[in-house]
Design a protein. Structure first.
Length: 118
């Protein structure tokens, strides 16, 4: 019985850890759930926001009147022209930005869809 309890608690811990990672804006976390929608997003110049792996759910906030999102676990200011007027299917904030191994400068953002209240 003790083994079963330990296994159950380990499973619950893993299940809860996945959404926590996705909400940190970590590259590759949570992308596959809305992959089809991410591919429809275009930036202010009409270019795709996502090359197939760049977008994921994240958290957002307003600081000193400016929107910020978590990108790779760090709060990053969002330039106003990077915010799309879309509403996400899950009503959450999503960021499209390059992965940590890219040649883009740290904190680069392609597009952001803000959740309600931001």
């Amino acid at each position: 019985m003790l083994k079963l309890t330990v296994l159950f608690l380990a499973f619950i811990g893993l299940a809860l850890a996945q959404p926590a990672c996705a909400q940190q804006g970590l590259h590759g976390q949570g992308h596959d759930k809305l992959h089809h929608w991410y591919l429809t997003l275009k930036d202010w110049k009409g270019r795709p926001c996502c090359d197939g792996t760049d977008c994921r759910p994240t958290q957002s906030r307003v600081r000193n009147g400016r929107s910020e999102v978590l990108v790779g676990g760090e709060w990053t200011r969002v330039p106003p022209h990077k915010v799309l007027s879309e509403t996400s299917p899950d009503l959450q904030t999503h960021v499209c930005s390059p992965g940590p191994d890219s040649n883009y400068p740290r904190g680069s953002i392609f597009c952001v869809v803000l959740g309600p209240g931001v």
